[in-house]
Design a protein around this ligand. Structure first.
Ligand code: PLP
Length: 451
């Protein structure tokens, strides 16, 4: 692009590009959390702070104000006392990475040498696998029970002197169930291990659900919690919190150096120079909605969930994979790949999660406040599109061994398919591979998409 373009021209093209991301309100599951329309307020918040730089919160005190207020809000809904400390991050993955680093460095500070490990149930989010990879922690993955909850005895069996942290989910993303945090806390307290509770998806809903099991700082053994604002906080992407029981624990999250020929650095998070845009928008959303607003939104999403669950239970063409504690539903059917594609053809952008262990392939419905008004349409479409018998969706790919293809061939093959109309084939093909094969194929395909 050798010549610049007039602003109106660029803005007009931005509008066209945005069309490609459009979805119908409430119909894009998982990636967006539709609910109250706060877009005017959040856009203004982002505009006002577009150039502030979190590299130095003394030069840009907005960061201190926003982060301290958000941490105080989180502390108040998560039963934390005044000792609880936290940081704003760019998302759940960064919060998890930082909590894992803090736990690792806390154990190292006690003089434990050698490779450390993390003990995590198989239902813990993939972000822990990424953290383990980035931080060189061995992963010790433990089984879950029939209801997809972590088993405290299995966790205890995996812990040793090198265990830097133990993970519990509140709830797990896939099945929406809360791990027995209090029982796991007894294990970590007895063995002197760091307990991290991943409330990325649940931190803004569980505090407002009367039936929620204890999962937060009310459990004395909990050391840190990750909690996203850009999910059930109904605020734009790029906002999460990582919270620690006290300042000492949080100190291990920081990175500081003065060992180069430049300015001294002390960073709480992965980024150094960082934007205040999503943070300002999150602050505005929390100020506007307050705990009362989130309680009302949670009531709506939970009422939608109960209605949805009842409809699934009373049908003989769909099955609930787990009884969720939070508004996340995993639903399967006799041919879930075809079913998922049929739902997509009716405008419901729902993803099919591959099977693993005793978790069958299923559609994942992240229910938000938007779904209360859409419940009849959603249930109607789910039942009407449900297949009554299995089909051989992968017949067209017979004889192709996906894992043995090189990345360019995988890219070419997937390019030849339409990700909407051939979705069932793609989902079934991915499901047919072992987990390492799935990861390799998907990574090859995504890499192929970027120039
Ligand atoms: C329980 C849980 N933990 C962590 C994450 C990762 O969050 P993010 O995608 O914001 O990095 C998610 C995302 O869905 C989640 O549901």
């Amino acid at each position: 692009m050798s010549h610049g373009r007039p602003i109106e021209d660029v803005i007009s093209e931005l509008g066209e590009i945005a069309e490609g991301d459009k979805w119908e309100y409430g119909k894009q599951f998982s990636y967006v959390f539709d609910g109250p329309d706060l877009s005017e307020m959040t856009a203004e918040a982002m505009r006002l702070f577009a150039s502030s730089n979190g590299l130095d919160p003394t030069a840009f005190p907005s960061f201190l104000r926003f982060e301290n207020d958000l941490v105080e809000f989180a502390r108040s809904i998560l039963n934390g006392d005044a000792d609880v400390r936290g940081s704003a991050t760019s998302g759940g993955t960064e919060s998890i990475l930082l909590a894992s680093k803090a736990a690792r460095d806390a154990l190292r500070s006690k003089g434990v040498a050698g490779r450390l490990n993390m003990v995590l149930p198989v239902t813990a989010h993939a972000a822990f696998h990424k953290a383990a990879s980035y931080l060189d922690l061995e992963m010790r993955i433990t089984e879950v029970d029939d209801g997809f909850r972590a088993i405290p005895e299995a966790i205890e069996g995996a812990i040793d002197e090198q265990t830097a942290l133990v993970v519990a989910s509140a709830p797990s993303y896939t099945h929406g169930v809360v791990d027995p945090v209090a029982a796991i806390g007894e294990v970590t307290a007895r063995t002197g291990r760091w307990l991290h509770v991943d409330a990325c998806v649940g931190g803004m809903v569980l505090p407002f659900l009367d039936h929620s099991p204890a999962f937060d700082f009310s459990v004395a053994a909990v050391d840190s919690i990750s909690m996203d604002l850009h999910k059930y906080g109904y605020t734009p992407k790029g906002a999460s919190l990582v919270l620690h029981r006290d300042a000492e624990r949080r100190s291990h999250q920081y990175f500081a150096t003065a060992g180069w020929m430049g300015y001294p650095v002390a960073n709480a998070t992965v980024q150094s120079t960082k934007s205040a845009t999503a943070l300002a928008a999150a602050w505005a959303s929390v100020q506007h909605l307050g705990a009362d607003g989130y309680r009302r939104l949670t009531q709506d999403s939970w009422e939608a969930t109960e209605g949805f669950i009842d409809a699934v239970r009373s049908s003989d063409v769909v099955d609930l994979v787990a009884e969720p504690d939070a508004p996340l539903c995993a639903v399967t059917s006799v041919d879930v790949f075809t079913h998922g594609q049929a739902m997509r053809s009716r405008g419901w952008r729902v993803g099919v999660t591959p099977s693993l262990g005793h978790s069958p392939a299923h559609m994942h419905f992240t229910m938000t406040a938007a779904h209360l008004g859409l419940l009849d349409e959603l249930v109607g479409d789910l039942l009407e599109t449900a297949p009554t018998e299995a089909s051989d969706v992968m017949a067209g790919l017979a004889g192709i061994d996906l894992v043995s293809l090189d990345p360019a061939m995988i890219g070419g093959l997937l390019d030849s398919l339409d990700l909407d109309s051939d979705r069932a084939v793609v989902d079934a093909a991915i499901d047919s591979l072992p987990p390492e094969g799935r990861a390799a194929v998907i990574s090859a395909y995504i890499q192929h998409l970027y120039r």
